[in-house]
Design a protein around this ligand. Structure first.
Ligand SMILES: Nc1ncnc2c1ncn2[C@@H]1O[C@H](COP(=O)(O)OP(=O)(O)OP(=O)(O)O)[C@@H](O)[C@H]1O
Ligand SMILES: [Mg+2]
Length: 377
């Protein structure tokens, strides 16, 4: 029997819970072509949410097209343009001939080489002259708008993992370029999403940055217990197994409502409930298994930290909040208040900590648990 939980992949259908308000909000933005920026730490469900909203918006409006561009692994400006062009063509062509025709018609200056992939899905890949593309990417940046105008469509271009643009050679110049084109688009809107809250927030809320006030900005929250508890119980029931209410709450609490880890811990618990019923005891054993599975990774992460960063994590693990008080600094051997802010900054950059409205927390609840119970003992 297949386990009823999913993690590390887009959550769809029965695997998707809650997010009703956020879904409705996104669908409304898509339909009214309002630019949207969606931010959360890793694995809280951004991609799943956008995917869900895109499906619903597409169903309700036949003139609307949604183009999903995933910048995972995209490290250069040229690669970005290539992917954008391919994905826009794919999203607006229903057949292969149409995809080839659209490419020839709407990218007529750059004249990319066209390699045909899948006949049915209209998949094609485009080969550009990199130098030329970088010099004049205008045709690609305006591609969606030009196609939408010619075919009387409206297009939402969704760009996932946008934080990766920070790795481009000149991110600021690149952002200026995008913004100067995109702000003129009438029939296209953009949904930009990614993790690295700090950096994404800076891009979209700093008045010095090109994307300042580009659109409707929202921060995705974790999933609340009131949704997750019945979700877990239903997923067990769907496979003929059962779970105690207390055990559901234990899963959610040990995973700190983190969507990915709730599903992973539920999955391990489901596998362990071999007699068909899951108890709190099984959940705790499953949590131990999960911590063990990850401990090698946690050791590697921890080995890469400086003593001062570790000192701050130690203080946090012990529940301290006044890191710059003389007492805490002495107890955990933190050298200065400067050191606290330096450590915070680099731990946020390393995706270990998250700062939200001035409150600092661990991004990974299992790592936090491991530090507290296995490392700082
Ligand atoms: N609405 C949801 N209901 C239930 N589980 C969810 C939901 N959204 C996300 N999850 C869980 O979280 C996992 C990560 O989701 P997703 O990939 O959408 O997050 P993300 O924020 O895009 O992550 P990343 O930052 O790594 O790209 C999913 O595989 C699933 O286990
Ligand atoms: Mg994602």
């Amino acid at each position: 029997m297949e386990a009823p939980f999913i993690f590390g992949k887009i959550a769809t259908d029965d695997n998707f819970t809650d997010r009703e308000q956020e879904t409705a909000h996104l669908v409304a933005n898509f339909k009214s072509l309002i630019n949207t920026i969606l931010i959360s730490p890793r694995r809280w469900g951004k991609s799943s949410l956008v995917n869900r909203a895109a499906e619903l918006a597409l169903k309700s409006d036949s003139r609307l097209k949604i183009c999903l561009v995933d910048l995972f692994n995209v490290k250069s400006e040229e690669h970005f343009y290539q992917l954008l062009a391919e994905d826009v063509i794919k999203a607006t062509s229903s057949r292969l001939e149409e995809a080839v025709g659209n490419t020839r018609k709407f990218i007529s200056q750059l004249i990319p080489r066209i390699t045909v992939g899948n006949e049915i899905s209209g998949d094609i890949s485009l080969g550009f002259d990199w130098e030329e593309l970088k010099r004049t990417p205008d045709e690609v940046l305006d591609l969606a708008e030009n196609i939408a105008a010619a075919k009387d469509l409206r297009i939402v271009v969704c760009i996932d993992e946008f934080q990766n643009v920070a790795e481009f050679e000149d991110p600021l110049y690149f952002q200026r370029r995008l913004r100067s084109h995109w702000q003129r688009h009438q029939k296209v809107s953009y949904c930009i999403y990614g993790s690295k809250r700090h950096m994404m927030t800076d891009i979209f809320t700093n008045p010095q940055m090109p994307f300042y006030k580009f659109g409707d900005l929202f921060f995705l929250e974790k999933i609340k217990t009131e949704y997750f508890a019945p979700f877990i119980a239903e997923r067990f029931a769907a496979t003929g197994k059962s779970i105690d209410h207390e055990a559901c709450l234990e899963i959610i609490s040990l995973a700190d409502n983190h969507p990915y880890y709730v599903q992973q811990l539920a999955q391990i618990s489901w596998l362990r409930a071999t007699d068909g019923h899951c108890t709190t005891g099984i959940v705790r054993q499953s949590h131990e298994t999960l911590v063990q599975q990850l401990s090698l990774l946690f050791v590697t992460i921890t080995e890469g930290l400086t003593n001062q960063q570790l000192a701050l994590l130690h203080a946090m693990s012990a529940g301290e909040t006044a890191f710059t008080s003389a007492e805490v600094m002495k107890k955990y051997r933190i050298s200065s208040s400067m050191s606290v802010s330096r450590s915070k900054k680099s731990l946020v950059e390393k995706d270990i900590l998250d700062i939200n409205a001035g409150t600092i927390s661990f991004q990974d609840p299992i790592y936090a648990w491991w530090l507290r119970h296995c490392y700082f003992i």
